[in-house]
Design a protein around this ligand. Structure first.
Ligand code: THU
Length: 132
């Protein structure tokens, strides 16, 4: 694991503490590495109307996009689950949209697994499918 990977995981763990999850009580932290070298964190933000909930992965990705990052090199996700929890289907589609090649899933006990985009979402629907 590189020093940058360690920083990415540390940021995901740090922002997990900010998770707003009064309904599920399942806190998730995520962080992405932009091509600029900057790291952006995000946590899950729930809502009384459950479907409006934003997952940690999407919060982190949208945070990076909103800061002007055009390429995202890696995503880290930290939960308390063992084995480490993988991103939900909606987040996988967003990971595919931004072609994030490396996904690190980890937990508070220190277990870490690396996955690729194609492992996470094989044969992903993409913008190319809409262009005839
Ligand atoms: N959650 C995430 O933040 N990321 C995922 O990939 C799976 C689920 C959140 C959504 C909700 O706030 C809580 O975890 C329980 O589903």
């Amino acid at each position: 694991m590189t020093e940058t990977d360690k920083k990415l995981l540390a940021e995901a763990k740090r922002v997990r503490d900010f998770a707003y999850c009064p309904y599920s009580k399942f806190a998730v932290g995520a962080a992405v590495l932009g091509a600029s070298g900057e790291i952006y964190g995000g946590c899950n933000v729930e809502n009384a109307a459950y479907s409006v909930t934003n997952c940690a992965e999407r919060t982190a990705i949208y945070n990076a996009v909103s800061a002007g990052e055009e390429d995202i090199l890696a995503l880290a996700v930290v939960t308390e689950s063992s084995p480490p929890a993988t991103p939900c289907g909606a987040c996988r589609q967003v990971v595919a949209e931004f072609r994030i090649p490396r996904i690190l899933i980890a937990n508070l006990a220190g277990e870490v697994k690396e996955m690729t985009l194609s492992e996470l979402l094989p044969d992903a629907f993409s913008g190319e499918d809409t262009m005839g």
